[in-house]
Design a protein around this ligand. Structure first.
Ligand code: Q0Z
Length: 309
C-alpha cells in the first residue's frame, strides 16, 4: 500500500476538508455569516503529488498541480460545445493559486466512465481472456497499444479506496442509472475522447484512454424534466488519461508514458527498488524530478499553444 507520511492536508482558512484523494483534495467553502460548509460548491485542489506503480511517491513534482489544473480548464473550454462543466471560478486562496478551482457541487453519476481509443492495461487483459471488453466484442489480432476500430465505452464500478474498480457491462450501467443517463454518459465519454484526440493528434500526443466523471445538476431540468448532465472533476489530464508520445507509438509492446517514463525507468532500474517487494519506492533524484516537471509543462504547452507561466 501507499504511504503518505507526515504530509498533512493543507490548512485552508474558510474551507472545510471534505475528502483527500491520492493526489487531490476536496474542500467545502464555509459561509462566513453562518459558519456552515457550502452545500452547492466545492474547492477542488490539485497537489504536486505523483503516483507510480500504485504508490504515492515521497517526492513531489513542482508545479504538477498547477499544470494539470490549467490543462483541465483549457480542455473544458475546448469541450463546451459538447458538454457544460462544473467550473464556477478560478479565484481561489493564494495558498492554492493556479491549482484549485471553485466548482458547482453536483449529484455524481456513480459510474467510472472510461473511454478507450487504443487497447492497453486492464482492457487488453480482458480482451486476451475473452476477446471482448466490458461486453463489447473486438476484432481478433489486437496487440498492446493497437488503435481500436473506433473508441469504446468501458465503464467500471467506483470501488472504495484501496480496492480495484470492476468492469461493468453497458446493461449494468443502465440498471444503475437508467437508460437515458447511461446512453448520455456513454456517448459523451466517446465524444470527449474523440475531440481530445483530434486536437492532440496535431501536437504529437495520443490519448490512449481516459476516465471522465459526470454529475447531474438537478436544479436545471431540461424541457422533459431531466437534469442537466455536466462534466465534473478533471478532464483529459495525464492523471486521468494515458498520454502517449505519438513519435514512438508502436503496437505490440508497452508504450512509453508521455509524463511518467523517466520516473518509471529510474524506479525499475537505477534506483535498485524491487517493485514486487511491497516496499515503498525511494525518493526521486533531483534530475528525474526536473525532467518529469518538464514533461508536464511540455504537454501543457504543446496542447494549448500557450507558455506555462
Ligand atoms: C469529485 C475528487 C478529490 C478532487 C467528488 N462537482 C462535483 N460535485 C460533487 N462531487 C465532486 C465534484 Cl467534482 C467530486 N470527486 C473526486 C476527489 C479531489 C476530486 F479528493 N469526488
Amino acid at each position: 500500500m501507499s504511504r503518505r507520511v507526515g504530509r498533512s492536508r493543507l490548512e485552508l482558512p474558510g474551507y472545510a476538508p471534505v475528502y483527500s484523494g491520492k493526489v487531490r483534495e476536496l474542500y467545502a467553502p464555509i459561509d462566513p455569516s453562518t459558519g456552515q460548509a457550502s452545500r452547492d460548491t466545492l474547492l477542488l485542489v490539485a497537489t504536486d503529488r505523483i503516483s507510480a506503480y500504485d504508490f504515492i511517491l515521497d517526492s513531489e513534482i513542482p508545479d504538477k498541480g498547477k499544470v494539470l489544473t490549467q490543462l483541465s480548464l483549457w480542455w473544458f473550454e475546448q469541450l463546451v460545445d459538447i458538454i457544460p462543466n462544473h467550473v464556477i471560478s478560478t479565484q481561489v486562496p493564494d495558498a492554492v493559486a493556479g491549482r484549485a478551482v471553485l466548482v458547482q457541487r453536483l449529484d455524481m453519476v456513480p459510474v467510472e466512465c472510461i473511454g478507450r481509443a487504443y487497447l492497453t492495461g486492464s482492457g487488453l487483459a480482458e480482451y486476451r481472456q475473452t476477446s471482448s471488453v466490458c461486453g463489447l466484442p473486438l476484432p481478433a489480432g489486437l496487440q498492446d497499444g493497437s488503435l481500436l476500430p473506433s473508441p469504446i465505452f468501458t465503464p467500471t464500478t467506483k470501488a472504495p479506496i484501496g480496492q480495484h474498480d470492476q468492469p461493468m457491462t453497458y446493461a449494468e450501467v443502465t440498471a444503475k442509472v437508467g437508460i437515458a443517463i447511461a446512453a448520455s454518459v456513454r456517448d459523451l465519454t466517446i465524444a470527449i475522447l474523440e475531440r481530445g484526440n483530434e486536437i492532440a493528434a496535431d501536437r504529437g500526443i495520443l490519448l490512449a484512454d481516459t476516465k471522465v466523471e459526470f454529475g447531474l445538476d438537478t436544479s436545471r431540468p431540461d424541457a422533459r424534466g431531466n437534469p442537466t448532465i455536466m462534466l465534473a472533476d478533471e478532464v483529459l489530464t495525464p492523471d486521468s488519461s494515458r498520454f502517449w508520445p505519438a513519435a514512438t507509438w508502436q503496437p505490440g509492446r508497452a508504450q512509453d508514458s508521455y509524463d511518467k517514463q523517466f520516473v518509471r525507468d529510474w524506479l525499475t532500474s537505477a534506483s535498485g527498488w524491487d517493485r514486487s517487494s511491497g516496499e515503498a519506492p525511494p525518493a526521486l533524484p533531483d534530475d528525474i524530478i526536473e525532467a518529469t516537471r518538464s514533461k508536464y509543462v511540455e504537454a501543457y504547452e504543446s496542447l494549448t499553444g500557450q507558455t506555462f507561466a
